[in-house]
Design a protein. Structure first.
Length: 146
């Protein structure tokens, strides 16, 4: 009897483990062509944007429930219409380059009732000069020659 109970328990545990594996190996339905974008060096005070493309590889429509940035200087824009199977959609991410220095911001995509993916933007903001470039006297000389 004890052997039978032990065997039954092992079979129940094995069945639960297979069910968990089936859930965890479920095919991913949201594929992002690139998850990170580097703006490089950008001038202070000049907002920049980049579009991330997402693809629905599943067999049912995909809903982007929310796209949330890690701070107020980063703004995502997206279409709230369901993405049909095989369809694509762009998520436009803007960065307001007010603060000087390097930045690394994350954007979280919430979709299909509880799933999520991360995007990342980075770059470096350089301070623009307070005054225009000094007058170049050589230009006046060249204009007089011609």
């Amino acid at each position: 009897m004890r052997q039978w109970l032990l065997t039954g328990l092992v079979l129940v545990i094995a069945g639960q483990m297979r069910a968990q594996q089936a859930v965890s190996t479920k095919a991913e339905t949201l594929v992002i062509k690139e998850t990170t974008f580097n703006f490089g060096k950008i001038p202070q005070g000049r907002p920049v944007t980049h579009e991330f493309e997402v693809v629905n590889t599943g067999s049912t429509p995909l809903v982007l429930e929310n796209v949330q940035a890690s701070c107020g200087c980063t703004t995502p824009e997206w279409n709230r219409d369901p993405i049909p199977p095989g369809g694509t959609q762009k998520i436009k991410v803007g960065y307001n380059s007010v603060s000087e220095g390097p930045f690394d911001k994350s954007i979280t995509i919430f979709y299909n009732k509880g799933q999520m993916k991360m995007l990342n933007i980075r770059g470096e903001v350089w301070r623009t000069p307070n005054e225009p470039a000094p007058k170049n006297s050589s230009i006046a000389l060249i204009k007089n020659i011609n």
